[in-house]
Design a protein around this ligand. Structure first.
Ligand code: HEC
Length: 100
């Protein structure tokens, strides 16, 4: 390929990259952990796959709906929810949402 060397040179030339500007990026609070009395359980059981904000920004769900979410996470997606944790976790999610 005759043009290979030429384009390789160009890629190493900083001028060819154009002007780089730093942008202020607002990241979701993905680094955050849940805090509070239920935090250990929520952090251990949900944060492997979701950010706290993903869970906090769910539409208002009833207790039964949260219970169904927890069971679905456990059975369909293999979330590490022990059977004995299903009810306490459901309560924790209802409290979490009630707290805003
Ligand atoms: C092993 C990974 C995993 C874990 C752990 C997990 N989830 Fe999920 N969750 C998923 C996947 C995959 C989806 C489906 C995403 C989609 O459909 O876009 C999902 C979807 C959801 C949804 C969206 C509504 C729905 O029913 O699809 C909610 C709410 C949710 N998870 C909450 C939780 C909560 C609360 C926990 C902790 C008990 C949890 N998840 C733990 C993988 C996980």
């Amino acid at each position: 390929m005759a043009s290979g060397a030429a384009s390789g040179e160009q890629a190493r030339d900083p001028q060819s990259l154009g002007r780089l500007e730093s942008a202020a990026v607002e990241l979701p609070d993905d680094a955050e952990l849940f805090v509070g009395p239920d935090a250990d359980m929520l952090n251990a059981d949900c944060l492997a796959c979701h950010s706290p904000s993903m869970i906090r920004t769910q539409p208002p769900l009833t207790r039964d709906q949260w219970n169904a979410v927890v069971i679905k996470m456990q059975t369909a997606y293999r979330a590490p929810v022990a059977p004995a944790e299903i009810e306490p976790l459901t309560d924790a999610l209802v409290r979490l949402k009630a707290a805003g």
